[in-house]
Design a binder for this molecule. Structure first.
Ligand code: NAD
Ligand code: UFG
Length: 337
């Protein structure tokens, strides 16, 4: 089957492309390279052992999307394309709503026109806002604290309504927790432009000497060591979750949300210490004020993914830290070497 990956040149999309190809799927990628680069496509082909049909297009452009669907016999779509920085979304809300919602609507309309019925969507644990309790399951209240989060919340609602109106549609809303790590080959990985917002790419850039030290945002949270606790998941486990979701979508029409996490919570200092131990490298850090909008603790109840998709995360925190460093040390400037 041919699977269209919007945003497939990006961090999670590239890892999912490789897993799909090695599982026998044909991969088509639509990406405007606004947060990725062409080199990722060559490396996906190298690791996947096959060619990718790559379209350098904006997913919001209906004409380009129709051209792609008329040239390729798409059986299912995975929708990664979107802008993803929480702070940037607060300063540029209109760009976030325009890009992320337009991309969702254009993809759904084109799928409808061409009779494509299966869709997996990159949603986020950000839709849980400030959770009332942890672990958080898919029935928990949803609410967002920033425009990026609202684009996920609204895209989910658009998809639920689309699936209600067309009972043959099958849509899986994957709510990712905190993806980190890289392919074990070190050939693909996370390559943020400019200063990283997220913890793991910041740590690995400190380790490789691109930044002086890590700023730990707050040590007075209600957690065992005072620093924020999250559910970090290896990006290759996450990628495999998409294949399990596609297989589920084959047999089950409707629209359902599924958490992809490990169910374990680790603090910022746990991550720093594990990274140092796993890679035998020092990561200097300094305690800094809390970052606005951060919650104390967020981790998943991943039991629905196991029950419905037969999927469970397999890699541990050491694997995540080792594979991140393997990617970073071999690609100190990311893909732009
Ligand atoms: P990424 O930025 O690496 O990948 C997104 C890709 O989409 C990029 O290659 C970018 O060029 C492309 N893109 C953006 N807008 C586009 C458009 N209009 N047309 C074509 N291509 C477009 O991000 P990622 O970390 O791989 O995330 C993938 C998806 O998962 C995103 O939707 C993101 O919001 C979601 N998500 C990510 C995380 C995370 O921590 N990485 C957590 C939860 C959810
Ligand atoms: N942190 C630091 N220093 C940094 C960066 C982060 O101390 O330089 C801390 C944060 O305060 C937080 C933890 O590390 O306690 C994780 O922060 P991240 O920015 O890596 O991740 P978040 O949990 O804030 O958010 C991420 C994605 C969102 C997504 C969410 C889903 O950025 O897009 O996970 O849970 F919605």
């Amino acid at each position: 089957m041919k699977v269209l990956l919007t945003g497939g040149a990006g961090y999670i999309g590239s890892h999912t492309a490789v897993e799909l190809m090695t599982s026998g799927y044909d991969v088509v990628i639509a990406d405007n390279l606004s947060n990725s680069c062409k080199e990722a496509i060559s490396r996906i082909e190298e690791l996947g052992g096959n060619k990718v049909s790559f379209y350098d297009i904006d997913v919001c452009c209906k004409m380009e999307m129709e051209k792609l669907f008329s040239e390729q016999d798409i059986g299912a779509c995975i929708h990664f394309a979107g802008l993803k920085s929480v702070p940037e979304s607060t300063s540029m809300p209109l760009s976030y709503y325009r890009n992320n919602l337009d991309a969702t609507l254009t993809l759904l309309e084109t799928m409808q026109e061409f009779g494509v019925k299966k869709l997996v969507f990159s949603s986020s644990a950000t839709v849980y806002g400030v959770p009332k309790s942890v672990p958080v399951n898919e029935d928990a209240d949803t609410w967002c604290t920033n425009p990026y989060g609202w684009t996920k919340y609204m895209s989910e609602q658009i998809m639920r309504d689309a699936a209600k109106a067309d009972e043959s549609l099958s849509i899986i809303l994957l709510r990712y927790f905190n993806p980190i790590g890289a392919h074990e080959s070190g050939r693909i990985g996370e390559d943020p432009q400019g200063k990283p917002n997220n913890l793991m790419p910041y740590i690995s850039q400190v380790a490789v000497g691109r930044r002086d030290k890590l700023y730990v945002y707050g040590d007075d949270y209600a957690t065992p060591d005072g620093t924020g606790v999250r559910d970090y998941i290896h990006v290759v486990d996450l990628a495999k979750g998409h294949i399990a979701a596609l297989e589920y979508a084959e047999k089950n029409p409707g629209c359902i949300a599924v958490n992809l996490g490990t169910g374990l919570g680790y603090s910022v200092l746990d991550i720093v210490k594990t990274f140092e131990r796993a890679n035998d490298i020092r990561v200097p850090y300094e305690i800094a004020p809390r970052r606005p909008g951060d919650v104390d603790t967020l981790y998943s109840d991943p039991s629905r993914a196991e029950k419905l998709l037969g999927w469970k995360a397999e890699k541990n925190l050491e694997d995540m830290c080792r594979d991140t460093w393997n990617w970073q040390k071999h690609n100190p400037k990311g893909y732009r070497e």
